[in-house]
Design a protein around this ligand. Structure first.
Ligand SMILES: [Cu+2]
Length: 457
């Protein structure tokens, strides 16, 4: 049974607080999941969760491809937690499987080597039925990988490279409450306040130049349709799995929870003291999403400079996979959400199955190339689907938007399936054997059972 979900309308702030940036750290560090106090402009001191005493969110981990990582997670929460390294191809026992959760008071050493393309990946908790709560309250961070291919492009860097973690939050009685109702489990939990890098309604000063703006939608459920307030186009150069083969100019771009987009925004034609907002425009996304246009962050043009950067016509070489390379096809029915017989609980399923940590849903041969189809043809809710342990390519979308979007070339670890859509992806299982997860990255859907396990032998 499907029911109509309700949108949570955004309350815009006044964009008078400067944007902040998480501290940057290297491959060897300690992350301590803990209760923190954050001073949020407009709200005062808010208790939330963080990976350091500094406040919400964790440090941005920045490494070169080929590096080994040694990160100690210390659990100072009063419940289980762990870390999933979203987008990284690493061994299953390092990937943050819920069976590898760390009890309150415990710690765990994450030790792995990153052998993959440059890109903006991220990390967040993945303990069973606690992911939504812990992320919403503030546990997440960026994980940026560099490589020589990307370095050779001389993309805007330093203060012209701006990472933005976009998240919606609720604030009540000095904290970020998390107790979704049945309806909110259905739609996913959305907040009325948009935070960027842990700051509510921020602004950022910029020069008349091209900036590299790297965006993570770190929200539990809210989808954004990014655009600039003056209607100007911007250029997409990368996505979840790093650089695209070539840049694409777009006027707007839908970004689902868990997805990343790498943009070049050109401020060079704007006049000093002018202002430009990154906004989210309305879009067609079921009953609860896309009904409202709102602002995310303000850019103030404060300095006239000469900028000689031109976006390279060719960004990266991508090995394009084709349908004929796959040996197996699997179909996943993701269109069901239902109330149970007693009518007091929601269930979200994949192929009519709720997550069971003791069940392997799909057995995969190591080295196989497979096609997976996510079928949301008769569904009423958007489902951003995510696979752990791999990067894939999107082959086709039928129904709904009926086309691939400009962030859907190259490599991805997320694909958004809007109501009415059937989306086909192609996946090389060429990394590690072992047990990995696939799930909806609407975190309430995930915690509600919309998750399965695949095992690579
Ligand atoms: Cu979902």
């Amino acid at each position: 049974m499907n029911m109509a979900g309700q949108p949570v309308l955004v309350t815009e702030g006044n964009f008078t607080t400067p944007l902040a940036f998480p501290t940057i750290t290297g491959a060897n560090t300690t992350l301590t999941a803990q209760n923190v106090s954050s001073n949020i402009n407009g709200f005062g001191i808010i208790s939330s969760l963080g990976y350091s005493a500094n406040g919400m969110l964790g440090p941005t981990i920045k490494i070169n491809s080929g590096s080994s990582v040694n990160i100690n997670l210390v659990n100072h929460l009063n419940e289980k937690t762990n870390i999933h390294w979203h987008g990284l191809k690493i061994p299953s026992n390092m990937d943050g499987h819920p069976e590898n959760s760390i009890d309150a008071g415990g710690s765990f050493n994450y030790n792995f080597t990153v052998n993959q393309r440059a890109g903006m990946y991220w990390y967040h908790p993945h303990a069973e039925m606690l992911t939504g709560k812990q992320v919403f309250k503030g546990l997440a961070g960026l994980f940026i990988v560099n490589d020589t291919e990307e370095n050779s492009l001389n993309l805007p860097s330093g203060n012209r490279e701006i990472p933005l973690v976009i998240q919606d939050k609720r604030i009540s009685l000095g904290s970020i409450p998390y107790s979704p109702t049945m309806m909110e489990v259905m739609t996913g939990l959305m907040g009325q306040y948009i935070f960027v890098n842990g700051v509510y309604a921020p602004y950022q000063n910029v020069e008349t130049a091209k900036y590299r703006v790297r965006i993570l939608n770190g929200s539990n459920a809210r989808i954004y349709n990014l655009a600039l307030s003056n209607g100007s186009p911007f250029t997409i150069i990368g996505n979840d799995g790093g650089l695209l083969a070539s840049p694409h100019s777009v006027n707007n771009l839908i970004v689902a929870p868990g997805e990343r987009v790498d943009l070049i925004i050109d401020f060079s034609t704007l006049s000093i003291n002018s202002e430009l907002y990154l906004i989210s425009k309305t879009f067609n996304g079921g009953d609860a999403q896309g009904t409202q246009e709102f602002k995310l962050i303000k850019f103030k043009i404060t300095n006239q400079v000469t900028d000689n950067f031109n976006i390279p016509a060719s960004l990266s070489s991508i090995n394009q996979l084709t349908e004929g390379m796959a040996t197996i096809s699997r179909n996943f029915d993701i269109q069901n959400s239902s109330m149970n017989m007693s009518g007091n609980a929601m269930t979200h399923t994949i192929n009519n199955k709720s997550f069971d940590i003791n069940r392997i849903d799909e057995l995969i041969n190591n080295g196989a190339i497979e096609i997976w189809t996510f079928d949301n043809t008769n569904g009423k809710e958007p489902h951003p689907m995510h696979l752990h342990g791999v990067q894939f390519q999107v082959l086709s979308r039928t129904g709904g938007r009926a086309a691939l979007m400009s962030n859907e070339s190259g490599w991805k670890d997320m694909v958004l399936c809007m109501p009415g859509e059937k989306v086909k992806i192609i996946i090389p299982f060429n990394s590690y054997s072992g047990k990995f997860l696939f799930h909806c990255h609407n975190l309430e859907h995930e915690d509600n059972g919309m998750m399965g396990q695949y095992k690579v032998n």
